[in-house]
Write a protein that binds this ligand. Structure first.
Ligand code: SF4
Ligand code: SF4
Length: 498
């Protein structure tokens, strides 16, 4: 496990005697940066946002009577639709499986590549990146924004700030609106919201998610990662000396100093890496909890190195093992090309296959395999039998004993079906189902409506003189038109003590 430094913010003294525990917020003004990492981040941002906003509008034909939205959480009918997959409430374990897969996948990605989730795909990072870009378009880059904030309020400042916040609110509203569309038919709910005919809860959640996006991405930004998110607190447990993390190659950069000074390392102390950092930290201080691993400081430093005609990679994705090896190899050399060559030659290809990644892979494969297997073996018809308990049994006037049961037939197909109900148990027991016709063999015919649960009330009767134990097992079998068993389940028949 790697040690991660938590930056201690200077406490602001409220009184001479008692320093405040509240750390004053320093506004961060990240500078725009160009480079490979930035391009990858733009690509991921476009992909994530594109998927988020477009997916509710995708259609998928499930047949008559079924929603045609490809991805839909149908709260009203208690269904979750994902293209051809339909999850019922009793199959919520699939969601549990997905959460486990997500968590283990995150652990594995962290142990291999550090905080790639935080730096590239976390919604907080993606939306904050978008909001910052909007801010740059309207108010200018870092220096212009610092200058604007320092200015007294005037017409120009007011207009720029108003446009920024209006655009932020627009994006936030689109985000909140898109979230609602995952829970209702997208075209219908959009029309209803525009006409003002949607339900109050729709407007409530729309306002809630709009406000959340606006506040978290526009105002809170890096404070969400630093103070609110629990992940940075325990992600260190997933990192080891072979994890790739964004690192300053101290062996090459130190001692830092002016570019033309003699006997110094490659770091010219230009602060370009600090100025682009969305959390406002200095990567040269080592691995820190505030570092989200976005890699923008890599692009910033590579740009400086290129301008100085020095090799890129003073800041880069590096393992702790390689860092130690490079440091040892470079130590005897004086700053300059020789030291660079010695340090870089000591590096080895990171070890991706190691005990912890294999364990994560094994858990991932097992959970995914179990989920896939259970999905492929999933039945489209289930029968649940609930015995009525009050009373446990009824003795009829002729001495017969009767038990009552509620049968719940869940049909996951789009067609109505009918089955013959056959009782298996001690000879002499008979079964009747209220309101159900009988087939040619005298078995009750019970149907199940399409894509729903149908409930029936069944009575099992033991005729007078049939001697049974106090509790005896019975089996309910459903036979289809061809006489094959569609599903079955067991229960018990209770009677008086012999
Ligand atoms: S230090 Fe570098 S990798 Fe870490 S958050 Fe700042 S810019 Fe991103
Ligand atoms: S950008 Fe590179 S050269 Fe400039 S301060 Fe950061 S590490 Fe040093």
């Amino acid at each position: 496990m790697l040690e991660i430094k938590a930056k201690v913010q200077p406490a602001v003294a409220t009184t001479a005697a008692a320093p405040s525990l509240y750390a004053e917020h320093r506004k961060v003004y990240p500078k725009a940066v160009q480079g490979t990492v930035r391009r990858v981040k733009w690509l991921i941002l476009a992909l994530c946002l594109g998927l988020y906003y477009v997916v509710p509008w995708l259609r998928f034909d499930r047949g008559p009577g079924a929603p045609d939205q490809a991805v839909l959480v149908d709260m009203h009918n208690a269904r979750l639709y994902f293209f051809w997959i339909e999850i019922w409430p009793q199959e919520v374990y699939y969601l549990t499986g997905l959460l486990i897969l997500g968590a283990i996948g995150l652990f594995m990605a962290t142990s291999l590549f550090g905080r790639v989730w935080c730096g590239f795909t976390c919604p907080q990072t993606v939306w904050t990146d978008l909001f910052m870009q909007v801010e740059r378009w309207v108010q200018g880059d870092r220096n212009a924004r610092i200058k604007l904030d320092a200015q007294p309020w005037g017409f120009g400042k007011l207009v720029k700030k108003a446009i920024t916040h209006a655009l932020w609110l627009l994006i936030a509203a689109a985000t909140g609106g898109a979230w609602i569309m995952y829970f209702a038919d997208a075209p219908t709910i959009t029309r209803q919201m525009l006409e003002g005919t949607a339900g109050n809860q729709v407007y409530f959640f729309f306002a809630l998610f709009t406000a959340t996006t606006y506040v978290l991405a526009g105002w809170a930004r890096e404070q969400v990662c630093t103070y609110m998110c629990p992940w940075p607190r325990f992600q260190a447990a997933m990192l080891d000396e072979n994890s790739l993390v964004v690192t300053y190659r101290e062996w090459r950069g130190e001692p830092r100093g002016k570019a033309r000074a003699q006997g110094i390392g490659d770091c010219v102390d230009c602060a370009a890496c600090v100025n682009v950092c969305p959390t406002g930290i200095d990567i040269r201080d080592g691995i820190q909890m505030e570092c989200i691993g976005c890699g923008l400081c890599i692009d910033a430093c590579d740009d400086i190195m290129q301008r100085l005609d020095r090799p890129r990679g003073l800041v880069g994705f590096e393992t702790w093992t390689n860092l130690a090896a490079s440091t040892a190899a470079a130590a005897p050399c004086a700053p300059g090309p020789e030291r660079q060559r010695a340090g870089m030659a000591a590096r080895r290809v990171p070890r991706f296959i190691r005990a912890r990644t294999l364990v994560y892979l094994a858990v991932l494969t097992t959970v995914a395999g179990v989920m896939l297997g259970s999905y492929l073996m999933r039945t489209t018809l289930t029968l649940a039998v609930i015995r009525e308990r009050a009373p446990l049994f009824v003795r009829l006037s002729d001495g017969a004993v009767r038990n009552a049961y509620v049968l719940k037939l869940a049909n996951k197909l789009r067609d109505e079906t009918q089955y013959a109900l056959v009782l298996e148990g001690p000879r002499g027991l008979t079964i009747t189902v209220q309101d159900a016709p009988l087939d040619a063999q005298g078995h009750p015919l019970i149907g199940s409506r399409a894509d729903g649960i149908t409930q029936w009330r069944a009575l099992i009767t033991a005729p007078p003189g049939l001697h049974l134990p106090e509790s005896v097992g019975v089996h309910f079998r459903l036979l289809n038109a061809e006489g094959h068993e569609a599903t079955s389940t067991g229960s018990v028949f209770l009677g008086p003590k012999p």
